[in-house]
Design a protein around this ligand. Sequence first.
Ligand code: NAP
Length: 371
Amino acid sequence: MLRVGFIGWRGMVGSVLMERMREENDFNGFEPVFFTTSNIGGKGPETGMDIPSLKDAYNMELLFDFDIIVTCQGSDHTKSVYPELQNMGWNGFWIDSSSALRMDDESIIVLDPVNRSVIDEGLRSGIKTFVGGNCTVSLMLMALNGLFKNKCIEWLSSMTYQAASGAGANNMKELVAQMIAISDVTREKMNDLASTAIEIDALVTGQLQSLAFPVSQFGAPLAASLIPWIDRLMDSGQTREEWKGYAETNKILNLEKPVPVDGLCVRIGAMRSHSQAFTIKLTRDIPLNELTDMIQGGNEWVRIVPNEREATLKELTPAAVNGTLQVPVGRLRKLMMGPEYLTAFSVGDQLLWGAAEPLRRVLNIIIEYLS
Ligand code: NAP
């Protein structure tokens, strides 16, 4: 029986992966073993079967015995363990949520509703390293796959509105701590029917600018504000998050002629769903109804939201999408720049399609390939 090792299963991405695997009854047909960097001998997650106690995620001899290793532990662990396993002559499959191996020539970025043929071709040619993509890039490709498939995109600009969860668990908690701090300082005035919005705003602004406001994770207020910077500066003047748009999109799609992708990435006070506003330069003038059909045909999770207020408020917000696999695409219209310019807005749960779901699915693809 195939032996599958799971590392990093209790972190944010790992626990969403476990949840999805339980929901889909995936703990079947292989022997799962769970690893830890902090609690050797402890109890693993609920899988519906008896599992051994937690093993040491740095024990190379143990790891060497696995046919497949799935890790959501993070780049530092991958950088420490993966090269050593390769040097030892390990021949197993490595599935990783971190960015450590994403741009390696010997790895494939996985998003099977978009690049199943690239994954299958990789398996046939002996590739054994499969890495989840950047959350924003994966969600953009899930939304616009129909246009890429039909070769309609000359270039693409994505302006993002990214949730706190993309920065990690502590950042999600800090966002809520910021909301609590704002709520604490305004409670009395909010309960006073005679208070004015200007009075309340003064209290909120005072709190946002106070030295006591909790910003140790984000470095700036996010609640009642936003942060137009994600990750570190690149030589190009882009942030690394913005740089990934072009680099990862073209690697995932394995395009002969790269499609330029660029834009600004902005952190906003949403919890776990990212949103993106697209400006798309089409390769030719295509009627809006044909473009809409193409986008709808991109995959089974895309849902077109009519360009109407009621539908947009009901279906095209992080609050509506959190916890679901749906990828709504709306606000579709041609821009006044000309008939070859399309705009659209999309939302997606970044812990599902942006992180755990592509890993869950590629694990199943590899198990099927090996059996
Ligand atoms: P995370 O929540 O920080 O978890 C990573 C590991 O930290 C856990 O597996 C756990 O390892 C340890 N840990 C320490 N304290 C913990 C606590 N209180 N609760 C849970 N785990 C704790 O990291 P993550 O956000 O899942 O990200 C993992 C990797 O995926 C990173 O490389 C990240 O860049 C990448 N990624 C993240 C996202 C995202 O949305 N967050 C999206 C795509 C890719 P032990 O059990 O061994 O102690």
